[in-house]
Design a protein around this ligand. Structure first.
Ligand SMILES: [Mg+2]
Length: 386
């Protein structure tokens, strides 16, 4: 069936022009020569990739090398149960385990000769997944500039767009109203708050968003303040979304039980892996909570979330972080994930076998990881609440 010979994480930094962004791939080598690729995401690339590299090298790889590649849940259980009392079950530990789990799924799909979505229970036809354009901060330009950025995806049939508001939210809402008008009523708009607000500011913003017909207000208040989340979710005029900083089925189940969000956004490269994300999506779907997976990282993370969306009947829309497409093309040049592959507002999972993404190792190694510089935009630099 195949024995695991090596597991390693590979951090790299890609210069996107606006700012460099770090990523962390995971490579699993099986004794018959099969290579599986995974990726860990911390919600936007993998900022401290060297920390994840160390977690994989020191904590996870020794648990897997020499193991047989079958019953992936058993291997994930082994990683979790050995590290739980030392590294915890969230954040870096969950991100690192996610990256390894994705690589194991990719290798397993290659051994079986099947796409991962099919092995997760989906149809072998890999139906295209509707995507929404995940765009930039409103403060970065006027409405016409935003509409110009979005134009290629709108022309490709994309009918939902997400923009980010920041510290100067009154000005951002004016830009948003102009963008909203320019997009036309057939395009849905969502807003990401990046945990920047107090409860009272969040509720004031939500009222304005609801008046503009915004579909959801993402991460309005600090996620560790559960009382604030519950108050905002209960009183907000617009639906609330959370999930890119949630880990494991138990936390998502608590979010469902306590009504933290009307839209949940698990990410297979963050929350514990593809199997965990499938369980989360199923639980949310059964509870009647909308599931729109998060993805904002490299090509393997995007492919994994496409396979998740294709396999789960609870998912009908996926984030599409098009500003990162230059990185996907550089490190996975043959990978059909770029904006030119979006058609009818949808993108198909790479056909596989496995996750269907082959990484150019030389392209990764040519871009060594460097720890992140301070962010440059006013809202990206912001670390408090207004
Ligand atoms: Mg977000």
């Amino acid at each position: 069936m195949g024995r695991i010979d090596a597991v390693e994480a590979l951090g790299f930094t890609f210069d996107h022009g606006r700012e460099p962004l770090a990523y962390c791939l995971v490579r699993v080598v099986i004794d018959d020569g099969v290579v599986g690729w995974g990726e860990a995401c911390d919600s936007f690339g993998c900022t401290y990739a060297s920390v994840v590299e160390a977690a994989v090298a020191d904590a996870l790889a020794p648990l897997l090398v020499g193991e047989e590649l079958d019953r992936l849940d058993r291997l994930v259980h082994k990683m979790r149960s050995w590290t739980r009392r030392r590294l915890g079950h969230q954040w870096v530990a969950a991100q690192a385990i996610s990256g390894v789990e994705l690589a194991l799924w990719d290798a397993w799909g290659k051994v079986r000769g099947r796409p991962v979505a099919e092995l997760l229970g989906g149809s072998p036809e890999l139906a295209p997944v509707s995507v929404y354009a995940s765009s930039v901060f409103l403060e970065e330009g006027p409405a016409d500039w935003h509409l110009g950025l979005l134009e290629p995806l709108l022309s490709a049939g994309v009918r939902a767009v997400k923009l980010r508001i920041g510290v100067d939210w009154e000005a951002d809402l004016e830009t948003l109203a102009a963008v909203r008008g320019g997009l036309g009523s057939e395009v849905a708009v969502m807003i990401d708050g990046n945990e920047n607000y107090t409860v009272s500011t969040a509720l004031a913003i939500a009222e304005r968003l609801a008046a503009l017909g915004v579909e959801w207000f993402e991460e309005p208040v600090l996620q560790e303040d559960h009382r604030a989340m519950e108050e905002v979710a209960a009183r907000s005029s617009a639906p609330i979304a959370y999930g890119e900083h949630m880990f494991g089925l138990a936390e998502f189940a608590e979010a469902i039980r306590r009504g933290w969000a009307g839209v949940l956004q698990p990410d297979a490269a963050t929350c514990g892996g593809l199997s965990e994300a499938m369980r989360i999506a199923a639980a949310a779907g059964e509870a009647g909570v909308r599931v729109v997976p998060h993805t904002a990282s490299g090509p393997v993370a995007l492919a994994a979330n496409l396979h998740l969306a294709a396999a789960s009947s609870a998912v009908d829309l996926l984030e599409y972080p098009y500003p990162l497409a230059e990185c996907w093309a550089a490190v996975a040049p043959d990978c059909p994930l770029g904006p030119d592959r979006v058609s009818g507002g949808a993108l198909s999972p790479p056909p596989g076998p496995g996750l269907g993404v082959e990484i150019d190792l030389e392209a990764v190694r040519a871009r060594p990881y460097v720890p992140p510089p301070p962010r440059t935009g006013p809202s990206e630099r912001f670390t408090g609440t207004v």
